[in-house]
Design a binder for this molecule. Structure first.
Ligand code: NAD
Length: 359
């Protein structure tokens, strides 16, 4: 059988329900996919005794592509989030977060069509930290005070902001390559290089260098605080935005809020050897097992995956079908109804079937 082999991780909470609807939509899109269903998160912990089994990671490595539902983060077990573990284990350095308004989704903004490309591995999130009052923190601070004209209080807590030339180059290059492959016109680098002259200064300098290799794509840069204000005032002036980890974390949620929130926001985590696509929402435990959660974010994550695989036509057909069902407003889940009345709403499965009918 030709086609793609994709690792499917349904996750837990509402994950298995939105994953089932998504699988049905992708199967109906005309693209042939063999699903390699694997566990991670709480389901894997219960059945295999570990959150991120090696067999699941191997499956993604082998297939090069994964689609995953949300997972509950276990509280108080000392585990880092499975999602962070997955990104690091597979070096998924680019976080792709499109934000597009759709008629029928309540939001303050109209005609938004932005793509955020967030660096996923470096910056303040690299995990190099020293807690207040520890010997290690005191040693680090003493050395920094020796080397710098600025003095840090000895009881400070320290988190290191780490930006490398390689990390900056590959994320900016990814943003430009995405722009070329998806018919986008402009890339904006977002930074705070006026204050953090070395770390963000390096990111900006590399972005300018990479931009020179893509003369067909317009390039500019914005300081992150100004970027936030401009997104509120004239979002239509922007297209693809690329930025280091922390700004990306914040700006991508800002944009998700601008286009209607969690239920409709897809994402992808992309590395050199593998890519994993997922909705940005969590496992929504209060809706689990009721067949009432909104499958849109995971279905659009599936469409994003198809774009990544080069199946742009099928991806666009799915995106148009989702938009049409939401615009019609009849066979949508409760959260997309102005009255939020579950008794009048479509189930997760019914909304998936309505999307298939429009493909
Ligand atoms: P959440 O996204 O699960 O829920 C936030 C709110 O949005 C809730 O009111 C929920 O009911 C609603 N919601 C979310 N997705 C929806 C959907 N598809 N349809 C309808 N309503 C939806 O966030 P939370 O409550 O903070 O987190 C719950 C669990 O999920 C936590 O354990 C958290 O760590 C985890 N989480 C996982 C991921 C992931 O796997 N990528 C992301 C975020 C949170």
């Amino acid at each position: 059988m030709s086609g793609y082999r994709v690792t499917l991780i349904p996750g837990d909470g509402i994950g298995p329900e939105v994953a089932a609807a998504t699988k049905d939509v992708l199967d109906a899109s005309g693209v042939t996919i063999q699903w390699d269903v694997r566990e991670a998160g709480m389901t894997a912990l219960d059945s295999q005794g570990e959150l991120l089994p090696a067999a699941t990671l191997d499956s993604i490595r082998e297939n090069g592509i994964g689609l995953k539902g949300p997972m509950t983060t276990p509280v108080g077990t000392g585990f880092r989030s499975v999602n962070v573990g997955l990104r690091h284990a597979l070096s998924l350095y680019a976080n792709l977060r499109p934000g597009k308004t759709m008629a029928g989704v309540q939001s303050t903004f109209q005609d938004i069509d932005l793509v955020i490309v967030r660096e996923n591995m470096e910056d303040l999130y690299a995990g190099v930290e020293f807690d207040t009052g520890t010997d290690e923190a005191r040693q680090v601070i003493a050395e920094l005070n020796r080397l710098s004209s600025k003095q840090i209080a000895l009881d400070a807590a320290i988190s290191i902001k780490m930006i490398t030339p390689e990390g900056s180059r590959r994320i900016v290059k990814y943003a430009f390559d995405y722009a070329v492959a998806n018919g986008r016109k402009k890339v904006t680098a977002v930074h705070k290089a006026n204050i953090m002259k070395f770390s963000d200064g390096l990111f900006l300098r590399i972005a300018q260098e990479v931009a020179a290799d893509y003369p067909e794509i317009e390039f500019n840069d914005r300081i992150v605080d100004n970027m936030c204000m401009q997104l509120m005032q004239k979002p239509q002036d922007y297209d693809v935005l690329v930025m280091p980890n922390l700004y990306g974390d914040i700006v991508s949620d800002l944009v998700a809020g601008m286009v209607g929130g969690l239920g409709v926001a897809p994402s992808g985590n992309i590395g050199l050897d593998a890519a994993v696509f997922e909705p940005i929402h969590g496992s929504a435990p209060s809706h689990a097992g009721k067949n009432e959660a909104n499958p849109t974010a995971m279905i659009l994550s599936g469409a994003l995956m198809l774009r990544h695989l080069g199946e742009r036509e099928a991806a666009e057909r799915i995106e148009r079908a989702v938009a049409a069902v939401i615009r019609a407003g009849e066979r949508v889940t409760y959260d997309l109804r102005p009255d939020r009345d579950p008794s009048k709403a479509a189930s997760t499965t019914e909304m998936g079937q309505a999307i298939i009918a429009r493909l």
